[in-house]
Each structure stands twice: as C-alpha cells, then as structure tokens.
Ligand binder design. Structure first.
Ligand code: MG
Ligand code: MG
Length: 292
C-alpha cells in the first residue's frame, strides 16, 4: 500500500550525497567513498597505535619510519606522505620543540623525556586517511604531559563541534577557547584540511577564529582532518634548513593530535581510530620488534 506519506516515511536511500557533489568547493563523499575512507583511516590509526608501542628510548626515528611504511603496505595501503611534494618518508616525526613535518633519521635515537609527534597517512583505493598522535617517550616531565593532554583535549573539543549546520568557526572557536586559558598558544602557520581523494583538499580547517579563511558550513559527507598544534610558548614557528622540519621560534615544546573526521547527518564519526581486528597486541609488537 502506498499513500502520500510513503515517500516521506520510507528510508530515502543514502544519507550522503551522490559521488562528485561539492559544497562551496568542498568535496562531499558518497557512501561508497566513505566506506573506503574508513579503511584508509583505520590503517593510519592502526599503524600509529603500533608505532606508539615501538617508540622507546634508543629506537631511531628512521626505524619507526621503516616499520610504518612496511606495515602500511602490509595492510594494503600506500604511505600518503612518501613523495608528497618530495617528502622522503612515510611518517613525520617531530621531537620536543619541533612542531611538525620532522623528517625521520636513521641516526636519531629517541631519549627518555622526548615529546614525540608522529603523523602519518594511508592511501587506500584512491582515498587518504590522515592522523597524528603525540607520544611520551620513557618518562616525560609533568610540564610536557600537561601540554600533551591539552593538545589531545583541544582536538576533541573541536571534533565535538562537527555536525551539519555548524561552521568551521565553531570548531576553531572551541579549540581556541579551550587552549588559550591554559596559557598555551595555537600555531597559525598550519591548519587542518579537507581530506579524501587528495591528502590536502579544501577547506582549510583553522584552529583559531579568523576572517581570513572561508567559514564553510559543515555538510554530511565532508571529511576533515582536524589537527591543532599547541605550543607551550610562542605560536610562531620557523622552518629548518632541511626545508621540512618546523620548530617553535622560542624553542618551547609543541604537541599535536589529528583525526580524520566524517560529518554525518547528525554529528561526526572519527575515521582514524585503530582497527581492533588488525591492531597487533603489545606482546606481538614486542616479539616482532621493528620487523614487520
Ligand atoms: Mg597528518
Ligand atoms: Mg593533516
């Protein structure tokens, strides 16, 4: 039986737009694309969780990178970062005052007390997942721990604002209002971004209120990499002579967390959590060591 309400009451098919739709230049992902992005995101999240186990004093950042690349490939993806604008590795590893884009090095050993940021991307069936965590290597200072926890909390404050109808400024405002009263600063030289077919897509996902970037309204199907960088001191940064590593201008500590987040019809879904089915146990990671 069909009445005039049938079409309203019946499921309307997908809650996401068809493939190829955009809103103000921002790609909206269809349901099949989202399914692939979940895979890409889970691979990135899984690899980061395993790198966290491996990041012990004495291990080099080059070893972590080698492990991550092999593991990303084993999970069926390709490292998003390797070769991206000439970047030489699969991970960005940034230690202490290095804020972002640090290059893995075969001779650089981690030391107890290091605040290590590890960022990676996995490219799976044409789509990217992008995520970053901060890792406490060995025993870190109480100051470093507080900063690390603030950076993670800031990310989640931002993520909680993700729902259709809200705008990018709601994300930025929540992050800014959380971080500033703690006495920390937020890097403005780098922002988050849309992510999908390209590692970096529109829009810029800024982390403090600004009039300089489009304040796009969020729509179901947008996939955003939210990634505030929180500094213990000045917000200003400079790039080292290697042309990649970005450090804080005052040499103070920096921390960052990032997730790839889907705008759902009612809110958000984080795509870059580790996949429990594929995540190696700490015992297995210990047993295999840096081999994959
Ligand atoms: Mg990233
Ligand atoms: Mg990113």
């Amino acid at each position: 039986m069909k009445n005039i309400f049938s079409d309203l009451l019946a499921p309307q098919g997908s809650a996401y737009p068809r493939q190829g739709k955009k809103h103000r230049g921002v790609a909206l992902k269809s349901e099949p694309e989202i399914a692939i992005m979940r895979q890409a995101g889970a691979i990135a999240g899984t690899v980061l969780a395993e790198v966290r186990e491996l990041a012990q004093p004495g291990v080099t950042t080059g070893e972590l990178d080698r492990y991550a690349e092999a593991r990303i490939r084993e999970l069926g993806a390709v490292p998003s970062f390797k070769g991206y604008r000439g970047f030489p590795a699969s991970l960005c590893v940034s230690i202490n005052a290095e804020a972002v884009h640090g290059v893995p090095n075969r001779r650089r050993q981690l030391r107890s007390g290091d605040l290590l940021k590890v960022d990676t991307g996995a490219y799976f069936q044409g789509y990217h997942g992008d995520s970053c965590i901060t890792i406490a290597v060995g025993q870190i200072s109480a100051k470093a721990k507080r900063l690390m926890e603030a950076a993670e909390a800031a990310l989640y404050r931002g993520i909680e604002q993700v729902k259709p109808g809200n705008r990018l400024m709601d994300i930025a405002g929540a992050i800014e209002d959380y971080v500033k009263p703690l006495g920390y600063s937020i890097v403005q030289d780098f922002t988050g971004h849309g992510v999908g077919r390209d590692l970096h897509e529109d829009p810029h996902v800024f982390n403090v209120r600004t009039r300089d970037l489009p304040n796009v309204q969020l729509k179901a199907g947008m996939t955003l990499a939210i990634e505030p960088i929180v500094n213990a001191g000045s917000r200003f940064t400079r790039t080292l002579k290697d042309r990649w590593t970005v450090v804080t201008l005052d040499n103070a500590l920096s921390a960052q967390f990032e997730h790839t987040v889907l705008v759902t019809p009612t809110g958000y879904d984080i795509l870059t959590y580790p996949d429990p089915a594929r995540l190696r146990t700490p015992e297995k990671i210990k047993r295999l060591g840096l081999k994959t």
